[in-house]
Design a protein around this ligand. Structure first.
Ligand SMILES: [Zn+2]
Length: 142
């Protein structure tokens, strides 16, 4: 069993100082970037996507797919405990909000129409993600 990650907690003022404005807007104020405006929606680079606020690993690029929505989309998180789902009834819709399990940052939403075996579509904001390219042959033993 994967152990639950330790929580990162900061005041909103601390987050505001620590994060770029667009990341603060998405992660801490439940904002949504404009479709096709983010840096990752069309990216096919291999590697790992981390939380832009706290650095926790969230998604593997291998789970990324082209959803046609203009937002980076994934079929599953890197670990089932990495991303938490919460009921979101804002804007007159019933949706599942996706938040970082470590720092509670807003990432995007999860929809039940994904192409993978789990049938899920993690519709994320680029501003909430930080991509880390995995170098070939860079594997290190523990
Ligand atoms: Zn986080």
């Amino acid at each position: 069993m994967a152990k639950k990650p330790d929580k990162v907690r900061r005041s909103e003022e601390e987050w505001r100082k620590a994060l770029p404005p667009e990341t603060f807007e998405v992660c801490r104020r439940q904002g949504t970037e404009r479709a096709f405006s983010g840096r990752y929606w069309s990216s096919k680079e291999p590697g790992l996507y981390h939380c832009a606020a706290c650095g926790a690993p969230l998604f593997d690029a291998a789970e990324k797919f082209d959803s046609g929505t203009g937002w980076p989309s994934f079929t599953a998180p890197v670990d089932e405990t990495a991303v938490e789902g919460r009921v979101d009834q804002s804007h007159g819709m019933l949706r599942t909000e996706a938040v970082c399990a470590v720092c509670d940052s807003h990432l995007g939403h999860v929809f039940p129409d994904g192409p993978g075996p789990g049938g899920r579509r993690y519709c994320m904001n680029s501003a909430a993600l930080q991509h880390e390219r995995r170098e070939k042959g860079g594997a290190e033993g523990e």
